[in-house]
Design a protein around this ligand. Structure first.
Ligand SMILES: NC(=O)c1ccc[n+]([C@@H]2O[C@H](COP(=O)([O-])OP(=O)(O)OC[C@H]3O[C@@H](n4cnc5c(N)ncnc54)[C@H](OP(=O)(O)O)[C@@H]3O)[C@@H](O)[C@H]2O)c1
Length: 314
């Protein structure tokens, strides 16, 4: 049987690189894997994972997908990790946010193939929720408060309308080690570590809550869904909250990092999120109920590694 073809769109981003590493760690690497980049294909990534094919695409224009057809063919599985993922950048340029974050270019390309059975795994965000209650369920109303959340919700609507075989993963903050080729954006835990290590007092919100999720857990969830699709062959229409096991405030995140890295907790100043204008609205409490995710993982050999205690800052 031929190997399944997996395409990671946005393979140069934070999650994308971890996912490519995760695939490479599976015994015998049972897939043919390709990834896309937008700005450049990092040499460190190509050097570390030389068996991968890479393609440049622009999700705004759709440029680059024909080359994938010619050199890789129709993928069996697409994991879309590409996005303008920084809320402030979305607020500054909403047109770009919608044109990149809503995967119309990928959809148009995939729907041009005759056999349309590709599994499309799409990364969404907890920021589709308004943030006025705790422990959101997947069925709860979605009321995004910023452009990033609105563009991601529009993406979810596009995916569920256009595809018949899909999984939408609403991820909370993803944390973990730096990538093979370091990403340009600030990583939450590394930022807290670096800031506290300067020895100055830093303000953190005591009233903004998330369920941060360890990057390798997100990778495991994606690989589990792919394995399930390959072994069972049943189409899926899945909407899933993907968070870590704990609802924590920004203060609690900082305290955890301080504890593990040996920084003084007295440097952490508790302030209210309402006391600072960040130029973009941020939902207050978008902690998620992850019961459905746990049920799915219970059927697989994967369980939460709870990276909070493992590799926060490596
Ligand atoms: N990281 C988190 O904490 C978090 C939390 C919740 C949800 N998510 C979601 O999870 C997914 C992955 O997040 P991430 O943190 O890994 O994102 P990221 O590090 O910002 O990576 C973004 C990726 O998108 C690509 N990209 C950007 N503009 C593009 C364009 N015009 N055409 C084609 N590709 C383009 C980038 O390519 P270049 O590298 O070449 O620029 C990069 O590969 C996103 O959907 C994000 O919204 C992330």
């Amino acid at each position: 049987m031929r190997k399944k073809k997996v395409l990671v769109v946005g393979g140069t981003g934070y999650l994308g690189q971890h996912l490519l590493s995760g695939f490479s760690e599976i015994d015998g690497v049972p897939y043919d894997i390709a990834f896309t980049y937008h700005s450049f294909a990092p040499e460190a990534l190509l050097g570390a994972l030389p068996h991968l094919l890479s393609f440049q695409v622009d999700l705004k224009s759709g440029q680059g997908f024909d080359t994938i057809t010619e050199n890789f063919g129709q993928p069996d599985i697409v994991v879309n990790c590409a996005a303008i993922s920084v809320p402030r950048a979305c607020e500054v340029d909403p047109v770009s946010a919608f044109s990149v974050n809503v995967p119309t270019a990928i959809g148009t390309w995939l729907l041009s193939f005759e056999g349309r059975n590709t599994l499309f795994i799409h990364l969404s965000t907890d920021q589709v929720y308004e943030g006025v209650e705790s422990f959101y369920n997947e069925e709860d109303e979605t009321i995004p408060v910023n452009v990033y959340g609105k563009s991601k919700l529009a993406a979810e609507q596009y995916v569920s309308e256009k595809f018949s075989n899909f999984a939408i993963l609403r991820s909370s903050i993803i944390f973990g080690p730096q990538t093979i080729s370091p990403v340009p954006k600030s990583l939450p835990v590394q930022w807290i570590d670096a800031t506290l290590s300067e020895g100055n007092e830093v303000e953190f919100f005591h009233d903004e809550f998330r369920c941060p999720v360890y990057v390798k857990d997100v990778v495991n969830v994606i690989i589990t869904l792919i394995k399930t699709w390959i072994s069972e062959g049943k189409q899926m229409q899945l909407l899933l909250n993907v968070g870590g096991p704990n609802r924590v405030s920004r203060v609690e995140m900082a305290e955890t990092v301080a504890e593990i890295r040996g920084h003084k907790k007295s440097l952490i100043k508790r302030v209210s999120a309402s006391s600072i204008d960040r130029g973009v609205k941020s939902p207050a409490d978008i902690s998620m109920n992850i019961g459905k995710l746990i049920q799915i993982l219970a059927m697989s050999p994967v369980s939460f590694t709870d990276g909070v205690r493992l590799t926060l800052c490596s």
